[in-house]
Design a protein around this ligand. Sequence first.
Ligand code: PGA
Length: 231
Amino acid sequence: MGKKYILANWKANKTEAEAMNWLQNLLSNIDNLLFENNEIIICPPFTLLSNLKSYIIDCKLSFKLGAQDISQFEDGSYTGEVTGRMLQGLVDYVIIGHSERRKNFGETDEIVGKKVKIALKYNLIPIICVSELSQTEVLKKFLIDNSNFVILYEPLFAIGSGQADTPEDSNSMAQKIKGILPASLILYGGSVTAENVGTFIVQPLISGVGVGKASLDSGVFLQILENASKV
Ligand code: PGA
């Protein structure tokens, strides 16, 4: 089995002190083997990216960093936006089109597509969130041959609800997504916990998981990494 992708999406949580605490707790207990078995991607708020990046470099850690969003625009008069050029070199990945952004910030499939194009232009790997197949279909227009991208499948009912999808359903959805985008690497997200992570990881078409709430506590997240490596 190849490396598993384990993504921690902190959403709008954590101050700098809390983030450092999380990292130090995790590092004091983590077995280095977990870095070999997993691609561990931490997606903190923008405010923490620079400090976490320095920490990761100084301590020679194998974490990858991801942003939670990217502007659909290039640099310019767009107050509050963070552009691809700013993120280049700072992060490896960028989450695009999370359902919370689609719902609360009016992100349409078209905007999601523009963000994907910008991410690819700046050599960032887009982690594109989809909750239904029609959202996958639209992406064909924006992805180019050999684009390096990840699809994070998150059914709406499962996000933050404590009610995860069944592993079998997530695998059959992954099969349908691959039918539309054959090159996609597919992760499952939505109420992933230390208890259920293994059941998703063993699915043949699921390459990893996106973890929201359960990634906020370093002890729980470590348990998720450990359980993902056991299967
Ligand atoms: P959850 O969030 O793990 O809290 O359900 C997942 C996500 O929104 O990525």
